[in-house]
Design a protein around this ligand. Structure first.
Ligand SMILES: Cc1cc2nc3c(=O)[nH]c(=O)nc-3n(C[C@H](O)[C@H](O)[C@H](O)COP(=O)(O)OP(=O)(O)OC[C@H]3O[C@@H](n4cnc5c(N)ncnc54)[C@H](O)[C@@H]3O)c2cc1C
Length: 422
């Protein structure tokens, strides 16, 4: 079923126009071809030749769709026009992501797939002209892939201050030693942005152990991919364990200033969480549609599912989950766009609430579909796993709840309390 997008009166004409154009691309170019685009994930009983033909057809089609997205001026919408992006403002992006996420895997067709999109944003903000030429432009053009390497097996990812990977200055180079894991896109990446603690015996870069991001080409000697960590029983997911062993890269690969690494990671994750949540909401709409449509046609025990009150409860609860998640996220997006000091609390709130609501909606949709719900014929199984991962990635729930509580308590402790409606 195509997405039904009508103008929202409270929004500007520009945002409504972006919504309309995104919906046309999704309805005309992506949804009718989902079967071809994602066939290889679904049908495992094909012969080798059939699989290869399907893979080629999918690649060809993807390139055609990308060209149409580019023509429509919506490629890499989060990046400035001077670097080949669409240069959209924060709110337009939030509303756009909700729509495009309705289609399975559409983010890569619009140039916003993680971790490349976040790495590109960081390169735009912190990169030197030379770094932009060498890494950013090929990344945006789709000629390169990248990874973001922060989490370590031996230290708590939920407390980034515990990171131990070290970059020691040796003349004009950094020598990096450390052990990372869950570096997504690790197998395909041409370069990694690696979070390190920088030590400079000369003292030129200040005190030791300062958090610093360094660009490491993946073919540098000493970048050793130990394994691709499977998740949820999928052996081929691309999240890598990597050992950086005496990896030498020139000092000019420092991304931003020495000591700016933590701030850059916050920039990457902070506002980006609003986009992730709008993405989740697009997928919640998809799961919701799949669930409701199924109830109209599936007969069980002498009646349609839609007439069973248990199932009506699923529909009503999912509607409430979807609407509350969406309104909270739009509220957070407006706070970010307006530079509101409460934006961080709002972002942490959606980071906890939306993945959980997404999980509940998909769970009910799976239940309504029965066995087909968990099969590879439908995107629901994959959505279920994605929703679960989102409760960990970009900071687990507990860390965000602590942050929210601290911000709220602070207001009461200094006597001002929380503003009604804020
Ligand atoms: C599919 C996937 C993709 C990922 N991609 C990347 C990537 O590309 N790059 C990258 O660097 N990382 C990536 N990660 C890693 C992810 O960011 C971390 O898993 C996450 O930050 C949690 O860190 P951790 O796994 O070390 O858990 P830990 O820090 O060990 O935390 C474990 C648990 O402790 C609890 N906890 C933490 N703090 C508190 C507290 N103060 N009070 C109470 N309980 C607490 C939470 O429940 C938490 O889940 C990915 C992870 C997954 C699953």
């Amino acid at each position: 079923m195509p997405i039904n997008v009508t103008p929202i009166p409270a929004l500007s004409d520009e945002i409504n126009d972006i919504r309309r154009r995104t919906a046309s691309l999704i309805n005309d170019e992506v949804l009718p071809h989902e079967e071809v685009l994602w066939r290889s994930r679904r049908n495992t009983s094909q012969s080798e030749d059939e699989r290869e033909a399907g893979r080629r057809a999918s690649i060809e089609l993807r390139e055609q769709i990308k060209a149409k997205v580019f023509e429509a001026g919506l490629w890499a919408p989060h990046l400035p026009k001077e670097y080949g992006g669409a240069g959209l403002d924060f709110l337009s992006l939030a509303y756009m992501y909700e729509i495009l996420a309705y289609a399975v895997g559409a983010s890569s067709l619009f140039g916003i797939a993680a971790p490349n999109s976040g790495n590109a944003s960081i390169l735009v903000k912190y990169g030197t002209e030379e770094q932009k030429r060498k890494w950013l432009l090929p990344l945006i053009a789709g000629e390169m892939e990248s990874g973001f390497s922060m989490t370590e097996p031996d230290n708590a990812g939920s407390d980034p201050r515990s990171i131990r990977t070290e970059a020691v200055r040796d003349g004009d180079h950094w020598v990096i030693n450390g052990h990372k894991w869950f570096t997504s896109n690790g197998i395909n990446a041409n370069f990694f942005i690696v979070m390190c603690r920088a030590n400079d015996p000369t003292g030129e870069f200040g005190s030791t152990g300062r958090m610093t991001q360094i660009i490491v080409p993946s073919d540098t000697a000493g970048v050793n991919i130990v394994r691709n960590i499977g998740i949820f029983g999928h052996p081929h997911s691309d999240h890598c364990e990597i050992k950086y062993e005496n990896v030498r890269v020139p000092l000019e690969n420092t991304l931003g200033l020495v000591g700016q690494g933590h701030q850059a990671a916050q920039d990457r994750l902070g506002a980006g969480r609003v986009y992730h949540c709008m993405n989740s909401i697009g997928q919640m709409w998809r799961a919701f549609d799949l669930m409701v449509e199924r109830t109209l046609v599936r007969e069980v025990h002498g009646g349609l599912l839609k007439d069973k009150q248990f199932i009506q409860g699923f529909i009503a609860e999912s509607y409430m989950d979807l609407q509350s998640a969406r309104l909270m996220t739009i509220n957070a997006a407006e706070k970010v766009a307006n530079g509101d000091p409460d934006a961080r609390t709002a972002i942490s709130a959606i980071k906890v609430f939306v993945p959980a609501a997404y999980h509940r909606v998909v769970d009910r949709a799976i239940q309504v579909w029965g066995g087909a719900g968990v099969s590879n014929d439908l995107p629901l199984g994959q959505m279920y796993l994605t929703a679960r991962v989102l409760r960990l990635a970009d900071g687990p729930d507990e860390v965000h709840k602590i942050l929210m509580a601290k911000n709220i308590l602070h207001r009461y402790e200094n006597g001002s309390g929380w503003n009604f409606g804020a």
